[in-house]
Design a binder for this molecule. Structure first.
Ligand code: ADP
Length: 486
């Protein structure tokens, strides 16, 4: 029954470019046949059915054109007109009745033909549009399947309409289609130890209109219990009237890279731990050696020993930085917060540094007495690092200025040098891990690009901000803004 209804329903034939000739022919001939029986056997008065018959054929032609295009409509029109001619012939019309009958039939032929053509043409245009859309969809699906990343596309309501096979392989399960984003938890993120809120997922944030694009790293537990690291980029698609029409998410599986990174972090962590002990022993031996030759006249050995001491300090510094980076990466860097006078700490840091860098003068300009609650050693480490950089990246005998001021519940430390400066496009990058400015014109300075990364992490984890303003060739000012109580 349903199949018959589907066959007859013209809506079900939209987009289907197969236009039947036989179906409209049979249905019109059948109707004419039934009408003949009705007139001859039941009503016996042809005039009583005339207007209904005309209306009925009218509807039949519209139906045929809508179901089978121009071909269907014209077929139904021709059959109808032949039937009208048959009526004229079989009822033996003569004289003026015959003339007016033929004239009316001719007018009907024109009207039916025009109707069949217009509706049929509309139906065929709709079919072409539907075909074009489905071709576009197929093309998109094929492109999605070729992508080396997972992809999800939703409609304007946030219902998933497309996803590719790569996504299934990333998740080790079939990604479901046809559901509303934000209504169910898609990934098991036990790996993250975080509760998953479906409405806060990257696509959900786009669909709710909260954001236009979202990018984030997610750790999930696949259905085969393996951990996967994913980078998800989701963004909104708007139509030409700027109306939201779809959301798309690209899922990049970075598990392999992440595992190598984790192994590398483990190695760096282990290596720096192992290096720490021998360096400490080396320093102790050096100190005792220094004591032993202090009273001798062997000045050459003293110079050599001094160099060894300097290099050992650098090595120790490097190993400590490596350890810090590794602790930051694994989330193991903890802070021991205490209340202390920041101005005093800065003063002490400068005094300690003055001993080792006689080529620059560090001037503490404004010293507001202020107490803060923070990890004293880590803040000392940040200031030392910025001062060391100011010295390292500026010429001998130039000044380095430090200012300390307070603003509401914040303290602001600025460190200004008059050195080589940093190009504008590099200014945000220098806080990245292992980033060093590479410029053909400037000399390459020794270092690993870890200092500013550590400084930024320390300050950020104290709920503060570190930033730089700089002009190439003129110098740089690094600013730290810290809340008085973190
Ligand atoms: P590095 O060990 O290389 O000094 P940092 O993380 O401390 O590592 O600094 C990163 C990069 O930022 C440096 O390589 C340098 O190019 C640039 N930089 C840092 N401080 C300054 C400064 N005061 N003046 C000019 N460039 C600087």
């Amino acid at each position: 029954m349903k199949a018959i209804f589907n066959y007859l329903n013209p809506i079900n034939h939209l987009g289907d470019k197969k236009y039947s000739f036989l179906f409209p022919f049979l249905i019109t001939v059948g109707t004419a046949f039934l009408l003949e029986i009705y007139i001859n056997v039941i009503v016996k008065d042809p005039n009583a059915v005339g207007i209904y018959a005309i209306t009925f054929f009218f509807v039949l032609i519209i139906y045929s054109s809508f179901r089978d295009g121009i071909k269907g409509g014209i077929t139904a029109s021709i059959v109808t007109v032949i039937y009208y001619l048959y009526i004229i012939y079989s009822r033996h019309y003569t004289g003026p009745r015959l003339t007016s009958g033929l004239e009316t039939t001719f007018v009907f032929l024109l009207i039916y033909g025009l109707l069949a053509f217009i509706i049929g043409w509309l139906k065929q245009t709709i079919d072409s549009l539907i075909e074009r859309e489905s071709n576009e969809k197929r093309r998109l699906q094929i492109i999605l399947e070729q992508l080396p990343v997972g992809a999800i596309i939703t409609d304007e309501k946030g219902v998933v309409v497309m996803a590719n096979k790569k996504l299934d392989s990333i998740l080790a399960t079939k990604f479901p289609l046809g559901f509303q984003i934000g209504t169910k938890t898609l990934f098991d993120s036990r790996a993250n130890n975080k509760k998953v809120i479906p409405s806060k997922g990257p696509l959900a944030q786009i669909i709710s209109g909260e954001k236009k694009s979202v990018e984030g790293e997610y750790t999930i537990l696949r259905s085969d219990e393996k951990k996967a690291y994913l980078v998800v980029r989701a963004s909104a698609i708007f139509n030409k009237d700027n109306k939201f029409m779809a959301a798309v998410a690209i899922i990049n599986d970075i598990t392999h890279r992440k595992e190598i990174e984790l192994r590398k972090d483990d190695f760096v962590n282990m290596a720096s731990h192992e290096l720490k002990t021998p360096i400490t022993s080396m320093k102790l031996y050096l100190q005792s050696l220094e004591k032993r030759i202090t009273n001798t006249k062997d000045s050459k050995s003293k110079v050599i020993l001094n160099h060894i001491h300097e290099q050992t300090n650098r090595l120790q510094h490097l190993v400590n930085d490596l350890l810090d980076v590794s602790r930051l990466q694994t989330g193991k860097l903890s802070f021991n917060k205490e209340v202390f006078r920041l101005d005093v700490l800065i003063q002490e840091t400068i005094e300690l540094m003055d001993g080792s860098h006689s080529n620059h003068s560090i001037i503490f300009q404004t010293k507001s007495p202020v107490e803060i609650k923070a990890d004293k050693f880590r803040i000392y480490q940040v200031i030392t690092n910025l001062l060391n950089n100011a010295i390292k990246y500026s010429k001998k005998h130039t000044e380095i200025l430090i200012n300390l001021s307070t603003k509401k519940n914040k303290v602001i430390i600025t460190i200004t040098d008059f050195g080589i400066g940093i190009a504008e496009d590099q200014q945000t990058k220098i806080f990245d891990r292992m980033y060093q400015v590479v410029d053909d014109k400037t000399n390459t300075f020794p270092g690993f690009g870890m200092g500013l990364y550590i400084a930024k992490e320390i300050i950020t984890r104290h709920k503060g901000i570190i930033s730089v303003t700089s002009e190439l060739g003129k110098g740089s000012t690094f600013s730290i803004e810290l809340p008085v109580k973190t």
